[in-house]
Design a protein around this ligand. Structure first.
Ligand code: DC
Length: 211
């Protein structure tokens, strides 16, 4: 039996950093499912194909290779925007969710993060975390990250983007972002990544004892 840790939350809440840290500590495989939506969107953009044709987008989603997801390429802002547009399409979600569920079977365990992991992809996961933070805090983190990488950024634009992305992710009809009924909420607005990791570890260790 494998062990699955499902982590959901809005953009820039710190779930990526937390997920990688958990996967490293527990020796589990990690999948950032946002990258699967991003890889699909990038393939469409690269091929000059439209982002509003569900059958075309589904075809690309079926071809996504989970072993070839390159975060440094896929993290581009334009790819994120395109990803959130195709993520509203049920056929795209079906194709990617199937690949994500197959990943969740890997031994000895997996950490899977996204928007619908605890609710749709792995509803039986023994650990579900919902990681969130106030929109201003998330925008500030993204802004600081961009400045730290030596690029320029405008806080108001980023803040507006964060709110728009939330609306799209929480407002879509198919698999909207929301905490699973049995998810543990972690609000990282005033919490360091270290503190968030400590809180998550207590929850994971308790579930592992029961397993
Ligand atoms: O987490 P991210 O910014 O890499 O995600 C990019 C987009 O993909 C996001 O706007 C919503 C979508 N997404 C989704 O719908 N379901 C997931 N499990 C993960 C991401």
């Amino acid at each position: 039996m494998t062990f699955t840790i499902a982590i959901d939350g809005p953009a820039a809440a710190g779930k990526g950093t937390l997920s990688r840290r958990i996967a490293q500590t527990y020796g589990y495989h990690h999948l950032d499912t946002g990258l699967t939506y991003r890889a699909t969107a990038k393939a469409l953009l690269d091929a000059g194909l439209p982002l509003d044709d569900e059958a075309v987008a589904e075809g690309m989603a079926l071809k996504v290779d989970l072993s070839g997801l390159d975060r440094s390429v896929l993290s581009a802002h334009a790819i994120g925007e395109a990803a959130s547009k195709i993520a509203v399409m049920p056929a795209v979600r079906r194709a990617l969710v199937e690949a994500q569920r197959a990943f969740a079977e890997r031994e000895p365990g997996t950490v899977i993060d996204g928007r619908d992991i605890g609710t749709v992809v792995c509803p039986d996961a023994p650990v579900k975390l919902y990681v969130t933070a106030a929109p201003e805090v998330r925008a500030r983190r993204r802004y600081d990250e961009i400045l730290a990488s030596g690029k320029e950024a405008d806080f108001d634009t980023i803040f507006a983007d964060v709110k728009l992305r939330d609306e799209r992710d929480m407002g879509r009809a198919d698999s909207p972002l929301k905490p699973a009924a049995d998810a543990h909420l972690l609000d990282t607005s005033e919490m360091s990544i270290e503190a968030a990791f400590e809180a998550a570890s207590v929850i994971i260790d308790a579930a592992l004892k029961k397993d």
